[in-house]
Design a protein around this ligand. Structure first.
Ligand code: FES
Ligand code: FES
Length: 161
């Protein structure tokens, strides 16, 4: 039986009817209409569906939507400033050619955001470990790691969050 729940996504509250077993990735994409969140494996293996919940990266394909009430959810759409300016991590992915088909990119960017929030100047090794749960089927890892390093630099020097 469906029940109406409130989800706070990117600072906006959405009222959505869900079944108790509905998964967050499906609700975000199909009911809220934020299709930036991607669904790859659907079983917790690839990281494509990563969103932030209260600042922590979470696999939305294995998370029940109903369990996310009262929490702050950030999707890739929420990384863009109100004036349309890309977040420095997104900009670095563009500048460093770290986007190929783009399917892994939202998850990579959100995982990187959580990583840089905790460790603003990660080493290359730490970046690689930080994104170890995110699979890029285009295998462009070198550029992705470079982009995250460059974003860390920008954020540290410009003080952007
Ligand atoms: S779609 Fe969620 S981990 Fe692959
Ligand atoms: S850019 Fe294609 S999956 Fe990563």
């Amino acid at each position: 039986m469906k029940q109406l729940i409130e989800l706070e996504i990117n600072g906006r509250v959405y009222e959505v009817p869900v079944n108790p077993r509905d998964l967050l990735a499906d609700v975000i994409r199909n009911k809220v209409g934020l299709t930036g969140t991607k669904k790859g494996c659907g079983q917790g293996d690839c990281g494509a569906c990563t969103v932030l919940i209260d600042g922590e990266p979470v696999l939305s394909c294995i998370t029940l939507a109903i369990a996310c009430q009262g929490k702050k959810i950030t999707t890739i759409e929420g990384m863009v400033a109100d004036d349309g300016k890309l977040h420095p991590i997104q900009q670095a992915f563009v500048d460093h050619g770290a986007v190929q088909c783009g399917f892994c990119t939202p998850g990579m960017v959100l995982t990187s955001k959580a990583l840089l929030d905790k460790n603003p100047r990660p080493s290359e090794e730490e970046i690689k470990r930080g994104i170890a749960g995110n699979i890029c089927r285009c295998t462009g890892y070198k550029k992705i790691v470079e982009a995250i390093g460059a974003a860390a630099e920008t954020i540290s020097t410009e003080g952007v969050k």
